[in-house]
Design a binder for this molecule. Structure first.
Ligand SMILES: [Zn+2]
Length: 319
């Protein structure tokens, strides 16, 4: 059973520390890594799946050291995620999963790990001039949801993401029938949802060359029913339970990551801030909705991890 312990902040590693806590709270990932024969896959100190597995073992051990993730951080550094630099948690999340996928010799297992997180989508782009439709297939490892400055909810962010989007001006789409770029409309729908649904609340946006952080309120529920949110009443339920929140305090250029995770048989919430671990309540997790007056000190949720209810990871997720 997973236990929670803090991790030393080594050379500004709060971002990697926060992600390690979420990986540690995702035993499905370690279960897959356990099956792999990772030794001999190139230089061991550069092998992300191997070093991640070692770090997760060390974090789960009865006797653990708060510096047990040092080799994993070095490994990330050797793969270009440098020490002593502030990183974006969603980017490091993607990089880590991509390194795992690239560096594992067992391709089938590498794909199974990817599938744990993969959100499959089908899109349709309709030309506004001639109504010709182009079909697209796409997938993401985290759902990138745009956030507004005014009070918002996760459910609304999801509906906007899968709603109709007009592609005009610079975003016009090339229509095969018209033979030129035309104003178009785009819609996406989910076709397969994963065991682990990761949501990226896009709180950083670029305004005239500067990155700004949006501090507005985005509420999110402890349980999320995708079929309900998207009103897909004829589908089997896609029900999810929140088990980890990566929170960010600060500005776009300077900040600090911490994690809220649920663990153990009691499924109690804990707040992990590098070395410091404390039991908290759902009310404390809700404090990361945002909309605080103390905009720079108070942490806001940046990534949400939901686990699918009542479906084993080997069960087919497609509908
Ligand atoms: Zn057209």
């Amino acid at each position: 059973m997973h236990s929670t312990g803090g991790l030393l902040n080594l050379d500004l590693s709060c971002c990697a520390n926060a992600l390690l806590q979420t990986f540690s709270a995702t035993p499905e990932l370690l279960d897959h890594l356990e099956k792999a024969d990772l030794c001999g896959d190139g230089e061991e100190s550069c092998n992300v799946p191997l070093q991640l597995r070692k770090a997760l073992h060390a974090m789960n051990a009865d006797v653990r050291s708060s510096g047990c993730h040092r080799d994993f951080l070095r490994c990330l550094h050797r793969n270009g995620i440098c020490r002593s630099v502030q990183h974006d948690a969603d980017e490091v999340f993607h990089s880590t999963l991509n390194f795992i996928h690239q560096q594992m010799r067992d391709r089938a297992l590498a794909q199974e790990i990817r599938d744990l997180y993969t959100i499959g989508m089908k899109g349709k782009i309709e030309c506004s001039a001639c109504t010709h439709c182009t079909d697209l297939s796409s997938y993401v490892l985290s759902l990138p949801l745009a956030v507004q400055e005014c009070p918002d909810s996760l459910e609304n962010c999801v509906r906007r993401f899968f709603g109709r989007e007009d592609l005009s001006d610079g975003d016009r789409f090339y229509c095969e029938r018209c033979g030129e770029k035309q104003p178009s409309s785009q819609t996406f729908r989910p076709v397969s949802l994963p065991q682990i649904l990761t949501i990226h609340l896009k709180r950083f946006r670029n305004v005239r060359g500067f990155t700004e952080k949006l501090h507005g309120t985005v509420s999110f529920p402890p349980t999320l029913d995708f079929t309900d949110v998207l009103q897909m009443s004829d589908q089997v339920p896609w029900q999810y339970e929140l088990y980890a929140v990566v929170a960010h305090a600060g500005t776009a250029t300077f900040g600090h990551y911490t994690t809220y995770i649920r663990y153990g048989e009691s499924q109690a919430w804990c707040h992990v801030d590098d070395m410091h671990v404390r039991r908290v309540q759902w009310e404390d997790v809700k404090s990361t909705f945002g909309g605080h007056r103390c905009r720079f000190m108070c942490a806001t949720a940046y990534m949400l991890l939901y686990r699918r209810r009542g479906v084993s990871s080997t069960e087919k997720n497609n509908i």
